[in-house]
Design a protein around this ligand. Structure first.
Ligand code: ZN
Length: 305
C-alpha cells in the first residue's frame, strides 16, 4: 500500500504549528495509520518512537570495524591523521560513517520505508542521513565532493516502484541539508545483465562471505577507465551489513579513476563481537529499547536492496 507524502513537506515554508497539526489530523482521518515501531494507533511513527529514532541517530560513528568485507581506504597520507588512526595500522578499511545502529526503532523505520511503501517516513531518514553526511564530511579532503548513491537493484526497483535511497538523498538536498561543496551524482549503475545473473532471488542471504563477495563482484560500473579522474567521492547507502556492496561500488568507481574517500549510511548492522564482553558494550549512537516489538516488519536478516 502506498502512503501519501508528509503533508508538511508540501508546504513551501514552515507554517504555523496549528496548521501543521490540522494537516496531521486530516491525514490521520483519511489514512488511519499505526506506528511502524510500536503499533500504537496514531501516525505511521508515533511521537514517542519518532523521538527515540531521532535520538538513536544523533551521534554518527565510524562503523567500519563491524563490516569485514569493506575495501581498503584510499592511499591518502593525511587520512589516518584526520581519522585519528595511527599511521602504522594501515592499511585501514574504507571509513563508513553510520548515523545509528540498525536496531530497535531505526531498523523498523528503514524496513517500513524500504519494503512496506512508507514513503511518509523518508523525512526522518533524510535527517539521519544528513547527520551521517556532515559527520563524514569532517574527515574528507577539502574541495568538491561527489555524493554517489549505491544504486538499488533492478529487482528491488521493480518490486517497490521507487528507489528509497534516491528519494532520501533528494529530500536531504531539497531541505538544504547537504554539506557545503557536496553534490549528488548518480554515476554508479549495474552492468547490463550482470545483476540479473548474480543477484538471483534469495541467493545472497544464504551465501557465505566468500561466495557473497564473488556474487556481487563485477556487477557495477561507473564508466570507462579515466572517466572520473580527479573526482573525490563519498558513497551513500542505507544500511551497512558486511560491506560487500560498498566494496563493489568502490571497485567500480576506482576503476573509472575516482578517489573514494569514504561512505555514509543511515544504519549499520554490527557484526557479532569476537568476545562476549564486547557484545554488551554500549555503542555510540545506539538506540534505547523501544516498547514492545512490532510484528511483520522483520529483522536485520530481511534487509533487501
Ligand atoms: Zn510508536
Amino acid at each position: 500500500m502506498a502512503y501519501l507524502p508528509a503533508l508538511e513537506d508540501w508546504l513551501a515554508a514552515p507554517g504555523p504549528a496549528a496548521v501543521l497539526a490540522a494537516c496531521r489530523e486530516l491525514r490521520a482521518v483519511i489514512l488511519p495509520a499505526e506506528c511502524v515501531v510500536c503499533g500504537a494507533a496514531d501516525e505511521s511513527l508515533c511521537t514517542v518512537c519518532r523521538i527515540a529514532v531521532r535520538h538513536a541517530t544523533l551521534r554518527p560513528y565510524n562503523a567500519s570495524a563491524g563490516a569485514g568485507m569493506l575495501p581498503e581506504a584510499e592511499n591518502d597520507p593525511g587520512a589516518a591523521a584526520r581519522l585519528g588512526a595511527p599511521e602504522y595500522l594501515e592499511p585501514v578499511s574504507l571509513p563508513v560513517t553510520a548515523a545509528g545502529r540498525y536496531a530497535a526503532g531505526l531498523s523498523r523505520v528503514v524496513l517500513a520505508c524500504k519494503n512496506h511503501g512508507h514513503t511518509d517516513l523518508l523525512g526522518i531518514l533524510a535527517e539521519a542521513m544528513a547527520r551521517a553526511l556532515h559527520s563524514a564530511s569532517d574527515s574528507l579532503p577539502t574541495g568538491r565532493v561527489a555524493l554517489v548513491p549505491v544504486p538499488g537493484s533492478f529487482r528491488g526497483r521493480t518490486r517497490r516502484g521507487y528507489d528509497p535511497l534516491e528519494l532520501i538523498l533528494a529530500k536531504v538536498r531539497l531541505r538544504g541539508l547537504l554539506p557545503a561543496g557536496m553534490e549528488i551524482r548518480s554515476i554508479l549503475g549495474y552492468r547490463l545483465g550482470a545483476e540479473l545473473l548474480a543477484l538471483r532471488s534469495g541467493a545472497q542471504k544464504t551465501l557465505g562471505a566468500g561466495a557473497r563477495r564473488r556474487n556481487v563482484h563485477g556487477t557495477m560500473t561507473a564508466g570507462h577507465p579515466g572517466d572520473l579522474r580527479g573526482l573525490t567521492v563519498l558513497l551513500a547507502d542505507d544500511v551497512l551489513t558486511t560491506g560487500a556492496t560498498l566494496a563493489e561500488a568502490t571497485r567500480a568507481l576506482r576503476a573509472a579513476g575516482a578517489q573514494v574517500a569514504g561512505a555514509a549510511v543511515i544504519a549499520a548492522v554490527r557484526a557479532p563481537a569476537p568476545q562476549a564482553p564486547q557484545a554488551t558494550r554500549q555503542e555510540p549512537g545506539s538506540a534505547p529499547e523501544i516498547r514492545r516489538p512490532r510484528h511483520g516488519h522483520g529483522t536485520a536478516a530481511k534487509v533487501r536492496r
